[in-house]
Write a protein that binds this ligand. Structure first.
Ligand code: SF4
Ligand code: SF4
Length: 420
């Protein structure tokens, strides 16, 4: 697409945004893949439409306010990227555009409060745990609260598990085959800390020594995807310093975190840390990819057949191209049957804070995904992202489904049974 974007005035991310715009040939192959187009049926809520809107804002021919609602409605699911025959790097446009325009966006007081609360709680496990306790109290007063804040309360789980912590170093069982460092996440540590426990156990059983750096923090994904570049840079720098060099890989077990860490080179573009960020991101791997490359050891025989539905987290499948590895791991469980979901490429509607920002679309996508899971007849649904797991739990519960919702590493850990 031809453009007149003044890249030299847009800072270090200007070139990346302009490149994404000029790669788009306006063909429309991405439209059927886009969940918001399927929901709303409007050109301006498609990848192609958003690219045009953002281009015109960057060129200075369209007021930001005209584009903003459509940019806000983008899930950031990146389903448009694999669907695009021209290879448009949509991610290089959407997050930088949000970062560039964030300070000029007009938001209602309710939106500002909601955004402030999420930015100040979710990335910090101790604060987030306290916030969930307040949220449970707040639920009692739900009808009295502004409509904008109610979706936030709906996401607060009835209970959160007790806090867990993990040793700084968990030794490999048997002969050491590898040494890795693990990002333990922030929301995940509060909502389902057993995911980290399961991950460490599965890795240790496979001869992997697991380091959990004490100085690590949030991946910065929430800040980056909501346009808070300064906060995203601070989180990225903290992790660059926290993770050791003497490991074979830096592992993530939350797709959103892994995807954000793979974008540290964009987050820190034009800063003295850009080169370090570029090197760092190449060391980041999802745990399913690492384990698949390492080779899964033989699992004990399973007397009960297990029917597992697998949900592709967008930030694993679309952002990191990881589809095959988690499926292969789950298929390796003796007695397991893996079920594919109808419209597997569609986002479940979790998408970071999307449930809070766009509750109607998020609820519709969440219900569709839960119905697709139920239709498989599976007893367990596995995925690799805490946001998706939380969304699936909420919507399966609403539909009265008893299907268990588990992280891929939890399913694998459980497949070892009582074997020690
Ligand atoms: S990221 Fe997802 S919601 Fe946004 S334009 Fe692409 S497919 Fe549509
Ligand atoms: S498929 Fe790619 S090139 Fe075609 S309109 Fe969509 S983003 Fe542009």
């Amino acid at each position: 697409m031809l453009h007149t974007i003044p890249t030299s005035t847009l800072g270090p991310l200007g070139e990346a945004m302009a490149h994404a715009v000029e790669t788009c040939v306006h063909c429309g192959f991405c439209l059927p893949a886009c969940p918001t187009y399927r929901e709303l049926g409007q050109e301006m809520d498609t990848p192609r439409g958003r690219i045009v809107l953002m281009k015109e804002v960057l060129e200075g021919t369209l007021p930001l306010a005209a584009a903003q609602p459509h940019v806000d409605r983008c899930l950031g699911c990146l389903a448009c990227e694999p669907a695009c025959p021209s290879g448009v790097p949509y991610r290089d446009l959407i997050s930088p555009f949000r970062a560039l325009t964030q300070s000029r966006v007009q938001r209602s007081l309710g939106e500002k409060i909601s955004r402030f609360i999420t930015a100040q709680t979710i990335p910090f496990p101790a604060r987030f745990r306290i916030a969930t306790a307040f949220g449970r109290i707040g639920k009692m007063f739900r009808p009295l609260l502004p409509a904008r804040l109610r979706p936030m309360l709906d996401l607060v789980p009835a209970q959160v598990p007790p806090a867990e912590s993990w040793p700084a170093v968990t030794p490999a069982r048997g002969e050491r085959r590898a040494r890795v460092a693990l990002l333990t996440g922030c929301a995940q540590r509060v909502l389902d800390p057993d995911i980290n426990t399961a991950t460490i156990e599965v890795l240790a059983r496979h001869g992997v020594e697991v380091v959990v750096p004490a100085a690590q923090g949030c991946c910065g994904g929430l800040a980056w995807h909501t346009g808070d570049l300064r906060a995203a840079q601070a989180f990225a720098r903290r992790n660059l310093a926290a993770f050791p060099a003497d490991v074979d890989a830096i592992l993530t077990n939350a797709a959103g975190c892994g995807s954000a860490m793979h974008e540290y080179h964009l987050v820190l573009r034009g800063t003295p840390d850009e080169a370090r960020a570029e090197a760092f991101r190449h060391r980041v791997l999802d745990v399913s990819v690492f384990l698949h490359r390492l080779g899964l050891r033989e699992l004990p025989a399973n007397p009960r057949p297990l029917k597992i539905a697998y949900h592709d987290a967008c930030h694993l499948a679309n952002a990191q191209g990881v589809r095959r590895e988690p499926r292969a791991l789950l298929r390796a469980i003796p007695g397991a049957e893996l079920c594919e979901l109808t419209n597997a490429h569609l986002c479940c509607g979790s998408a970071g804070t999307y449930n809070l920002d766009q509750p109607e679309i998020a609820a519709s996508l969440g219900e569709q995904k839960a119905r697709a899971v139920i239709a498989t007849g599976a007893t367990v649904v596995a995925s690799g992202n805490i946001g998706c797991l939380t969304q699936l739990r909420a919507h399966l519960a609403k539909l009265g489904s008893p299907i268990q919702v588990r992280h891929t590493m939890q399913v694998l850990r459980d497949a070892f049974g009582d074997e020690r």
